[in-house]
Design a protein around this ligand. Structure first.
Ligand SMILES: NC(=O)c1ccc[n+]([C@@H]2O[C@H](COP(=O)([O-])OP(=O)(O)OC[C@H]3O[C@@H](n4cnc5c(N)ncnc54)[C@H](O)[C@@H]3O)[C@@H](O)[C@H]2O)c1
Length: 276
């Protein structure tokens, strides 16, 4: 059945991998990429969507209720896949307010527009993209489950936890057809330079010291971004309304291990002239 899917934050890292994948796989869907183009959004990430007939870009802010409502009407939005967020933990420590505005108020604005248009229709879905950081620090078990208690540790993860709770409440209160996916750390093309892996690569190539927090033993699970896109596709189409789905790569590494792996690859690809 044709759909008009509002993809928010489609100019960012994961959204710009997802939009071309989704347009290609579902030619009878219209993908409306709605993005504010903050420092993290870049239309150059979306060259694959140039001249793609089932793709449109709309510039705007998810916190702006009147733009959101206009888009819902203009494009007769049937479903939402909500990526847009402030996503960098360090920035959330320096400037938490924008994280609360975008991640909590922005999600609320979208959810409310969606509820007003579709109520509790099971034909229309709101898919909220979230993070496993809402569960806090990875324990000895090495992974989180959907029933791990929330324990956000940064303003970023607290704002994502808040948005997850709003999505949950819209399912329980209004019967809105929601799903939430909480994914571990993504890696792959189009990631903004501030994140761990691009920073390691940049510093190593420039022969500069690689900044690693603390003792580098902080463990995260890593997933290739296109595998995340495939999981979103599956959950969006087949997930049960009101459910939460964790997505991960079973690929737990400390930050130090990630840095060492990357340096090993770069040593092979770009050996130093001295051979050292
Ligand atoms: N990157 C990861 O490893 C990871 C892991 C799990 C979950 N997530 C979640 O996935 C989503 C996407 O993450 P990402 O890494 O692609 O983020 P990103 O920072 O690369 O991209 C975010 C996008 O959202 C847009 N945006 C920000 N504020 C907006 C607003 N007010 N209105 C409209 N657009 C706005 C930005 O312009 C940008 O294009 C986020 O919700 C994040 O919490 C990310």
């Amino acid at each position: 059945m044709p759909k008009n899917v509002l993809v928010t934050g489609g100019a960012g890292f994961i959204g710009s991998n997802f939009a071309p994948y989704f347009c290609k796989k579902y030619p009878d869907y219209l993908v409306i990429n709605f993005d504010k183009l903050t420092y993290a959004g870049d239309l150059n990430n979306l060259e694959e969507c140039d001249n793609v007939s089932n793709y449109v870009f709309v510039h705007g802010d998810i916190c702006d209720a009147s733009i959101v409502s206009n888009i819902f009407e203009k494009y007769d939005i049937t479903d939402v896949i909500h990526f847009a967020a402030e996503s960098h933990v360090d920035n959330s420590i320096a400037n938490p307010r924008i994280f609360i505005e975008t991640n909590v108020l922005g999600t609320f604005t979208l959810l409310d527009a969606f509820r007003k248009k579709h109520g509790n229709s099971l034909h229309n879905r709101f898919h909220h993209i979230s993070t496993d950081e809402v569960y806090g620090t990875l324990g000895k078990m090495g992974y989180f489950t959907e029933s791990t208690p929330y324990a956000p540790n940064s303003p970023y993860s607290a704002s994502k936890a808040g948005s997850d709770m709003l999505v949950r409440a819209y399912f329980h209160t209004y019967g809105v057809n929601t799903v939430i996916s909480n994914c571990s750390n993504n890696y792959g093309p189009k990631q903004y330079r501030e994140k761990l892996i691009p920073t390691i690569i940049r510093c190593a190539l420039a022969k500069k010291p690689i900044p690693i927090y603390g003792n580098g033993k902080n463990v995260r699970d890593w997933l290739y971004v296109v595998d995340h896109c495939k999981a979103i596709d599956l959950i969006f189409h087949q997930g049960k309304s009101g459910e939460v789905y964790n997505v991960g790569g079973s690929n737990e590494l400390s930050n130090l291990q990630v840095a060492k792996k990357i340096c090993k690859i770069l040593d092979k690809k770009y050996p130093l002239k001295s051979g050292s």
